[in-house]
Write a protein that binds this ligand. Structure first.
Ligand code: NAD
Length: 469
């Protein structure tokens, strides 16, 4: 695999003498030492993206989408390599990396092949409303779904006619290197796509502050998202922000309780709970509490903790030691607050002295005032909460600063739909509905601004110009 930075269609050495150590979360061994991109690297990348913008933005949409189709084909060809790399770097079990991390990314990439994905010029009275690319985009991503996040930002930006500098999350940056190889192999013109790795504080902030960058497409924590918004405001950049979540799964009386509990638990533990939309608050009617807890514990126990490459593993390590320690602290806090720990805990899982492992953990009797009910934990920790009326369920569901995803389970679809209408979140899934790669994704409240995926995702990368005649 290449090293350095990918700028103007070539791999180059970084100007930085600082490095980022990339560790294998299952073994704690050093995987790679990568350059911690410096301000000078960002400068070169932004310059290259700005130089490529006039020609790329003038390239017909159909031709831009033909390049995207070539990227999508190349991603499919190298799918197994991506899955293995994500298993090594993030610690996601290989089977899940293949099916979810890579599978979802391929589905999303596929959706951007068609030129119809780009909104067209509109006639409005005596006006022509033209959509034009925003310009140079800095795509700053989290480490938890490294391929998905790169695809969900870079491909719609390219379809819209923007040029891009990608900065991946420093905890698991290896996928971005492979992704840059894919874009290179697809023959995308030099400078249209660039990649600089490095830390948020240095490479990330240099991009956000750079006057040559027109837009920041950010995915990460709410804390970093706020900082990005503040710095970007100085140069009046557009910012879309996909941030954290504390998503509720509301199980209404009349739903198939056991299957709704099982699906919620599996969702909460996907990628060791390191998923922005993880359904980490399970809201059940108080009469269903005991049965729901019993099924949740049985499902949690079936989540075998282990090496990502072991086919029996359902729960790999967390991505870093810092992440593992943070999750343990949240669990200890839950116990201290008086929640009932019914499964798992903050101890070292049996036989897992090496690697950043945490057991599948379930808390029952969690109340809205507890910190574990309101804070994003980003680990395999599920909180079971009870309600007595639909009104109260909706109030609890909406009662955190976040609003990314929710799930509603009900025997009656009309009732589920009515509850969905009252949830302040950007995505609501009814009765375990499947993922739709064309539907917009994003948050209300502290979960962010803007939407990704499909036509709505492309629209974020477009300016709107009215021409009166
Ligand atoms: P993070 O906020 O620490 O980092 C995210 C990215 O921002 C990284 O590339 C980092 O280097 C960069 N960054 C950090 N500070 C920066 C700054 N001041 N200026 C510019 N860039 C900066 O988040 P993380 O630990 O990588 O990811 C976990 C978080 O991401 C969770 O909160 C999760 O919910 C969220 N997330 C959200 C979505 C979504 O679509 N809503 C998807 C995945 C992850």
């Amino acid at each position: 695999m290449n090293e350095g930075i990918y700028v103007a269609g070539r791999w180059r050495s970084s100007a930085s003498t600082e490095t980022v150590e990339v560790l294998n979360p299952a073994t704690e061994e050093l995987l790679r030492r990568l350059p911690a991109g410096a301000g000078a690297d960002v400068e070169r990348a932004v310059e290259a993206a700005a130089a490529a913008f006039p020609a790329w933005s003038a390239t017909p949409v159909a031709d831009r989408c033909a390049y995207i189709a070539a990227i999508s084909t190349e991603l499919e060809r190298r799918a197994d390599e991506f899955a293995e790399l994500i298993a090594v770097d993030v610690g996601c079990p290989l089977k899940i990396a293949r099916r979810v991390q890579v599978g979802m990314s391929l589905a999303v990439a596929e959706a951007f092949r068609s030129p119809e994905i780009v909104p067209e010029t509109e006639e409005l009275g005596n006006s022509v409303v033209v959509r034009e690319p925003v310009g140079v985009v800095a795509a700053i991503t989290a480490w938890n779904f490294p391929l998905f996040l790169a695809v969900a930002k870079v491909l719609p930006a390219l379809a819209a006619g923007c040029t891009v500098v990608l900065k991946p999350g420093e905890v698991a940056p290896l996928t971005a290197y492979l992704f840059a190889e894919v874009v290179d192999a697809a023959g995308v013109p030099p400078g249209v796509f660039n990649m600089v790795s490095g830390t948020g504080a240095v490479a990330g902030e240099a991009l956000v502050a750079h006057p040559g960058v027109d837009m920041i497409s950010f995915t990460g924590s709410t804390r970093a998202g706020i900082r990005v918004g503040e710095v970007a405001a100085r140069t009046v950049k557009r910012v879309t922000a996909e941030l954290g979540g504390k998503s509720p799964s509301i199980l209404l009386p009349g739903a198939d309780l056991a299957s709704a509990v099982r699906a919620t638990v599996r969702n909460a533990y996907l990628n060791s709970g390191q998923t922005c939309g993880a359904l980490t608050r399970m809201l059940v009617h108080h009469a269903d509490r005991d049965e729901a807890v019993e099924v949740a514990v049985a499902t949690a126990r079936a989540h075998v903790v282990g090496d990502p490459f072991d086919p029996a593993t359902r729960l790999g390590p967390l991505a870093s030691g810092a992440q593992r320690d943070r999750v343990r602290r949240h669990i200890d806090q839950g116990v201290a607050e008086g929640a009932t720990l019914v499964c798992g805990g903050s101890g070292v899982p049996a036989g897992r002295d090496v690697g950043y492992y945490v057991d599948a953990t379930v808390f029952a009797d969690v109340t809205p005032e507890m910190a574990i009910a309101g804070q994003e934990i980003f680990g395999p920790v599920l909180s079971v909460m009870t309600y007595t009326s639909e009104e109260e369920a909706v109030r609890i569901a909406n009662g955190t600063p976040y609003g990314l995803v929710a799930a509603v389970w009900a025997g009656d679809t009309d009732r589920a739909m009515a509850v969905a209408g009252r949830i302040r979140a950007g995505q609501v899934d009814l009765n375990g509905a499947r993922f739709n790669p064309a539907a917009p994704f994003g948050g209300y409240k502290a979960s962010g601004n803007g939407r990704e995926l499909g036509r709505h995702g492309v629209a974020e990368f477009l300016e709107t110009k009215s021409i009166q005649r």
